[in-house]
Write a protein that binds this ligand. Structure first.
Ligand SMILES: [Zn+2]
Length: 115
């Protein structure tokens, strides 16, 4: 439960309290609380692309269906409008995909405390 709350708040997978994000598009590196290096190795964020897909597709589907149901437009028009609206949430999907990937990777292969 604490982990789910930490993911929602964008916190570190090890201490669950350090902020992963410093600004909208900039990450803390390392964790300001426990010193965990978020980017373990080069190419580390490739795994976040899977999380991005898993988060982005349901969000896109919700937007498209919401536009389709609310407007009564043809599904192709709703798809185009929904895609355009989805662009507004892409930064949030991107941020959460990195946080989800950090926590997923932590559950699979935690980094032992160095000190
Ligand atoms: Zn931390």
């Amino acid at each position: 439960m604490r982990r789910a709350w930490a993911i929602c708040r964008g916190r570190c997978p090890r201490c669950l309290s350090g902020r992963v994000w410093r600004g909208m598009f900039s990450m803390n590196e390392p964790c300001p609380v426990c010193g965990l290096r978020f980017e373990r190795e080069s190419g580390y964020w490739t795994g976040a692309m899977v999380a991005s897909y898993a988060i982005g597709i349901p969000v896109l589907a919700l937007i498209v269906v919401g536009v389709w149901v609310a407007s009564g437009w043809d599904i192709l028009v709703a798809l185009v409008v929904g895609d355009v609206l989805f662009l507004a949430v892409v930064p949030f999907v991107w941020r959460y995909s990195r946080v989800v990937w950090l926590h997923l990777d932590w559950l699979i292969d935690p980094v032992p405390t160095a000190r």
